[in-house]
Write a protein that binds this ligand. Structure first.
Ligand SMILES: Nc1ncnc2c1ncn2[C@@H]1O[C@H](COP(=O)(O)OP(=O)(O)O)[C@@H](O)[C@H]1O
Ligand SMILES: [Mg+2]
Length: 452
């Protein structure tokens, strides 16, 4: 004959309480003690069996322990030790021949009390759990945003070199006493984002990690494309780092009004450095590019570094020029020095375990002189991947403007993959950047349209 000596209830207690991760927080025990139940006078009463464990005669475990003794140990030692004292609710009830009987006043009182305690405890635990998850969720969203920009930065840093003098200007600004922002500017492809990435790393290093860097490459994530979401996410980061209890406002007006107040939480021990790359990438929503949100005067221990295109059409740069008359606020990205160019090419080739013949390298450097932008250098360098050491001079020519270099690249891709596919794929990518909804894209790229 087989006796299961583990009650289902015992197994539940084992897994739900004794082996649980955080039983002091997650377990409650409603413990009823019925006095008079053990009296031998009730032996014949079948009601008794509904309230107490019955153990067949002579059943003992291997080590000779009696199940009742084990139950006693479980209740009075193991469970009590595992639980928080305020999560144990104990009720005394006196045995009657009908068992627990709500028609008896004494039992009704006990049952009402038990139901009330149970309801309140459950409510408290559920509310606490919801609050905890809410915090975790917000932290998690902030974490994802911060990680995405940090990874973007890390990836950039792996392929960019030089720029010592610009980095020195930025370091002097961060170490200096100025209460004004620093605006890095230069035309498209001149290396602003590269400098910002290098500066973010350098700042963390020379501040010995003892500062809060809020780094956003605007437009690279949904949360960094609208100024409202950017400011909210920075306020969240400040709140988290400086352990503030202040709530982040929900309304856009609240966010714009409160942003300067959040900045003033920076301390001498933990200065705050906010870095926003490409203001021009902000969507014009909420007047983002009119810069009404932009701090005019920075509080103590705060540095504010931004980068932008100088073009009139994005409004940011002319507005900044009008707002800040101090020339120290502006750093223009200079042309790459020939030392930097050599340094960059050497490093790119080493990283990719490639070599270029001396005369091929010269073709690249000569082309760069015609169009001295890092973006052009990058596109032209990518073009040289097609070259072989034995390629003839006619096969190792480069364009001399970015536009022509890109046209040449597209032409090659079109020859390889077909014009329709390339046109649609590039259209898709461009539309994706403009956040056109997926279903519209699907419709546009449908087979019917492709054939059209
Ligand atoms: N100092 C540098 N070293 C190596 N590559 C660079 C450097 N500066 C820019 N680049 C490359 O040139 C291209 C354009 O630079 P980017 O920083 O995006 O320009 P911008 O932000 O001004 O438009 C990128 O591919 C970048 O990796
Ligand atoms: Mg950029």
């Amino acid at each position: 004959m087989y006796f299961s000596l583990f009650l289902v209830c015992e197994v539940e207690i084992e897994y739900g309480l004794l082996q649980a991760e955080n039983p002091k927080r997650s377990c409650a025990w409603f413990h009823r003690v019925i006095s008079g139940l053990d009296s031998s006078g009730h032996a014949e009463n079948p009601e008794v069996h509904k309230y107490t464990d019955c153990c067949p005669d002579g059943v003992c475990l291997d080590d000779g322990a009696h199940p009742q003794a084990l139950l006693h140990k479980l209740k009075n030692k193991k469970m009590k030790e595992a639980m928080e004292i305020e999560n144990i609710f104990t009720y005394d009830a006196t045995w009657t021949p009908k068992g627990i009987d709500p028609s008896i006043d004494m039992h009704k009182k006990y049952l009402d009390q038990f139901c009330n305690d149970f309801k309140n405890k459950m409510q408290d635990m559920i509310m606490a759990s919801i609050a905890e998850h809410k915090v975790a969720e917000t932290d998690n969203l902030l974490y994802i945003e911060v990680v995405q920009h940090t990874l973007f930065c890390k990836k950039k840093i792996q392929v960019v070199y030089g720029r010592k003098s610009t980095l020195k200007d930025i370091e002097d600004y961060v170490r200096g006493p100025g209460h004004y922002p620093l605006v890095i500017h230069g035309k498209s492809g001149c290396g602003k984002t590269a400098v910002i990435a290098m500066a973010a790393k350098a700042i963390s290093e020379f501040m010995d990690q003892k500062c809060c860097v809020c780094l956003r490459f605007l437009g690279t994530t949904p949360k960094s494309s609208s100024i409202l979401r950017v400011l909210k996410s920075i306020m969240l980061q400040i709140k988290h780092v400086y352990k503030l209890t202040t709530k982040i406002p929900r309304s856009s007006k609240g966010v714009f009004d409160q942003f300067p107040t959040f900045l003033s939480n920076a301390t001498k021990e933990l200065p705050l450095v906010i870095i926003l790359d490409s203001l021009d990438q902000l969507s014009p929503l909420h007047g983002a590019r009119k810069l009404t949100w932009f701090p005019r005067q920075l509080p103590a221990h705060v540095k504010f570094i931004v980068s932008t295109l100088p073009d009139q059409e994005y409004k940011c740069f002319p507005t900044l020029k009008a707002l800040f008359k101090n020339s120290k606020c502006f750093v223009s990205i200079p042309e790459l020095s020939s030392d930097d160019v050599s340094d960059i090419l050497t490093n790119w080739l080493i990283t990719e375990k490639r070599t270029l013949q001396e005369h091929q390298l010269q073709v690249l450097k000569d082309a760069f002189k015609q169009c001295p932008l890092p973006l052009f250098l990058k596109i032209s360098y990518d073009e040289t991947r097609l070259w072989r050491s034995y390629s003839t001079p006619s096969e190792t020519c480069l364009e001399i403007t970015i536009r022509k270099a890109i046209d040449k690249l597209f032409e090659r891709v079109e020859i390889r993959h077909g014009e329709v596919l390339v046109r649609r794929a590039l259209g898709y990518l461009t539309a994706g950047k403009q956040k056109i909804l997926g279903f519209i894209l699907n419709a546009r790229c449908s087979t019917r349209n492709l054939k059209a």
